[in-house]
Design a protein around this ligand. Sequence first.
Ligand SMILES: C=C(C[SeH])C(=O)N1CCC[C@H]1C(=O)O
Ligand SMILES: [Zn+2]
Length: 584
Amino acid sequence: MAVSYIQYLSERQSARHKRDSEGEWAYASNITEYNLKNKVTIGTQVADEAKQDWLETTKYHWKSFRNLDLRRQFKKYTDLGVAALPTKKFEKYSKTLSEMEKIYATAKLCDFHNSSKCDLYLEPEITHILSTSRDPDELKNVWIEWRKAIGPKVKDMFETYVNLVNEAARLNNFTVGPKVKDMFETEQFHNLWEQIKPLYLQIHAYVRNKLRQKYGDIVSEKGPIPAHLLGNMWAQTWSNIADISLPYPNITSPTVTQEMINQGYTPLKMFQTANDFFVSLNLTAMPGSFWEKSILEKPSDGRELICHASAWDFFDNDVRIKQCTDVTEEDLYTAHHEMGHIEYFLQYASQPVAYREGANSGFHEAVGDVISLSVSTPKHLQKIGLLNQTNLDAAALLNNLYKTGLDKIVFLPFGYLMDLWRWDVFAGKIPKSNWNCKWWELRHDYQGVEPPVDRSEDDFDPAAKYHIIANVPYIRYFVSFVIQFQFHRALCLKAGDYVPDDPNKPLHNCDIYQSTTAGNALGDMLQMGSSKPWPDAMEVLTGQRNMDASGLLEYFKPLQTWLEEENNKNGVFIGWEPTQRVCS
Ligand SMILES: C=C(C[SeH])C(=O)N1CCC[C@H]1C(=O)O
Ligand SMILES: [Zn+2]
């Protein structure tokens, strides 16, 4: 009875998921009024059908089932999420979210050097300016104008969205909106951050000193770093300013981006390169549908679309990526990141529908990044012809490790504070009247960055980040940036390209390319989907049952030693004093 019911439910859920995904895809890949209405109509119908099924599902006393697997599947279906909202309120939720995404996706800025040219989108134009401009006035202008174009317009909509998400949470018997339902205890995050913070303080101090040398007094000696100078719209990763801060600046070789351009790389070739890596591990190649239906570069037909990179599982072996890919090293790693999602979809495709998801959401974000940890090594880049540097000596390796640290170490406080802010907003601990200044308090306390100009509650700077206006949880990335090093270490041991305490086989120079031993071990974990609690999945690959920072700290140990010596030698102030900026 219950077994046949869950089979029936899985089939209905699978058909609903496919219909809903098609509606979402049509809107995300072409923002028109018709596609918006179509998306909301389908989404509301799907939510109503899910509510109907939920009423039937909750009639089963699944909590008393002896069959643990059956109990686990039933449990997955008892949380309706926002579909728990009454039809009209769900419709309001869907429209509000779609409208915020449209404002974000269609925002355009005027060129700092040509005020009549006002067709600069976030991707690729504004992103390119943030990563390549070294003009602090231009960077400040773009930073301010982007926030002006989004925040004030969506602030009230965001309030509507928060209230509806909280109402849905109560209907699902949660106290407030999206709590992390991935079996994490939030104090785990605090403990992980405390372990990593000393390393972050070192790289933060080093970078501030380098920026001060380049830009002078607009970068204070002991204060937070102005956020517009860090190579990224949200200051979440700083590898775009590696060139002005490398430990050994005299080791010059064309950047990977320049090599890609010189060699005529296209977005398609970038994804073929990623596909080749997965296939080399004996994992599954992208199916025909992927190459037919994905959107791998920004369409040139004038349509407006949501450019933020995403991976989609329509079931029935129909998997797609939508990415407005730029020919850059950063986007090459994003291509691997997104293909990691697709590979996970393919690996757990034979699981029951309830288990066709990551062991936890951090796992899903980690797969592609684990591959990028191999791809980004100098020896791999040389192997695929994107680094023609002959000497891969210790200095070159340290430069590369530093650049990786500007992404991975730097990201962690941002990856943590995003949901610290959001969870407190949902819990009502941060009232709307304090949304923006609390955001900057967290940005100061965790990241040691500050805005380039004073801010106020007339601004709404969190909305400058896609995930806030698109209801995408973020702690998943913090988890991913920790566990990907545990996965990488386990895979490198299996591949034999890392030997603990062997200076010739350090973890940060490991490349698992073509290791079917490593690939099979990774596949074994991915095939589990969420059929077991995530510690079981982690144990299958790493032998560990907990998230811990030991992999990350071991990977960056040579960099931490160098930074401590360098900062000490230069008498650099570690940490940051209170900001002089005002938020009122
Ligand atoms: C690439 C994606 C799509 Se899942 C993404 O949103 N990421 C990847 C790293 C962190 C986060 C971001 O861009 O903020
Ligand atoms: Zn992702």
